[in-house]
Design a binder for this molecule. Structure first.
Ligand SMILES: [Zn+2]
Length: 379
């Protein structure tokens, strides 16, 4: 566990995000789409969609490396007029030094406690009731509970629809002082509507998802109404996949906030699809599988259910002669119903290491899916 001081510093890093800005040198460290680098713009980040760039495209790409001038044609093609003008007016460093990150709110560029305090106080303290609240009371809950999906995903969606997720705006409503701004765009408050539907990042996610959704059209819809509408529109067999997509957005958001990891949109879409496929396979009627265990297998061992209200996590690993190792885990309730299951490929050198890796991955899976009370069995 990191020290109290370090944790406090880490928790306050959003203040640096609010007031911090990149000064352009050679442009190699600055992401055009993700980083703050426009000194005269609210939030310092670009607003243009720049669809021909991805999050890895650097400001360097906008600079002609021979003449050290802005590449005006590319800039005018990709940015809104007012942004293009701003960019072209930023002076370029002819010595092409490294980019540097500085604190915009003070003269010497260093973060000062007093200035940071004023900045925090100036953040919107909007405690307005979410429009979701009103919709909550009339959400057709049967529609949710009849959707075939992992129990943890159903549970997550229920928390989303009842405003129980610890979004930044919900945390602020409970009196904890922190920023309420979205950690992806730093432009709007992080409400359920913003995270799951309206953020420009989320709009790209939904467009890349198997549903090809254009969420710009649903900008004013409360989240509950929007989810209800989509669940009704989507074919029954794909509703669970839609919920997995919502879950993936939240998972990616937590990775960003708590581990500082930016997960690629495509990777999140793949994760949602894979989890849904695994669920569909696991929930097929068991007659479809051969009941006879392979000769010499130990699977004649009888599975004993956990006590009521507990879950049981079973893990196993296998080492093949070709060196391709893998493991699997399954979490079941006291009725023997499968809650979640997963398989992994990994490289280990010994059986014991493979077993330990499978145990670790299984425990991670359990925590990720919010199963805190369980017993663990290794085959
Ligand atoms: Zn956002």
């Amino acid at each position: 566990m990191p020290s109290y001081t370090w944790r406090s510093i880490w928790n306050a890093k959003w203040v640096l995000h609010l007031g911090g800005l990149w000064r352009i040198g050679n442009g190699r460290s600055i992401s055009i789409k993700e980083d703050p680098w426009l000194p005269n713009q609210n939030g310092f980040r670009i607003w243009s969609t720049c669809s021909s760039f991805d999050s890895e495209t650097r400001v360097e790409q906008l600079i002609d490396q021979e003449t050290i001038r802005w590449r005006e044609d590319i800039i005018r093609q990709n940015f809104y007029h007012f942004e293009a003008e701003q960019i072209l007016n930023i002076p370029l460093d002819q010595n092409q030094q490294e980019d540097c990150y500085y604190w915009k709110k003070s003269k010497n560029g260093e973060c000062e406690v007093k200035k940071a305090y004023h900045l925090i106080r100036s953040q919107p303290q909007n405690h307005a009731q979410s429009s979701n609240q009103e919709h909550q009371n009339r959400f057709p809950w049967k529609l949710l509970w009849n959707t075939k999906a992992l129990n943890c995903t159903l549970n997550f969606t229920w928390r989303l629809l009842t405003s129980s997720l610890p979004t930044r705006i919900n945390i602020q409503k409970r009196g904890i002082t922190s920023t309420s701004l979205c950690p992806r765009c730093w432009r709007k408050e992080e409400t359920e509507e913003h995270i799951f539907k309206d953020c420009t990042w989320t709009q790209r996610f939904w467009f890349a998802s198997p549903f090809n959704l254009r969420t710009e059209r649903a900008q004013n819809h409360p989240i509950g109404a929007w989810i209800e509408e989509l669940l009704n529109q989507i074919r029954k067999g794909e509703r669970g996949l839609f919920l997995e997509c919502l879950h993936a957005i939240w998972w990616g958001r937590n990775k960003l906030i708590f581990e500082d990891k930016k997960i690629d949109i495509q990777e999140l879409v793949n994760r949602a699809t894979l989890r849904y496929q695994e669920f569909t396979v696991m929930s097929m009627p068991t007659e479809n599988f051969t009941a006879e265990p392979p000769p010499g297998s130990r699977s004649l061992m009888c599975w004993v259910p956990p006590e009521p209200n507990l879950f049981k996590l079973n893990v196993d690993a296998a080492i093949s002669n070709e060196g391709a190792n893998g493991g699997g885990a399954v979490i079941r309730n006291s009725e023997g119903e499968i809650m979640v299951a997963a398989t992994w490929l990994f490289s280990t050198t010994s059986t014991i290491e493979a077993e330990a890796t499978a145990c670790l991955l299984g425990l991670n899976l359990a925590l990720e899916c919010c199963f805190f009370l369980f017993s663990l069995r290794r085959r």
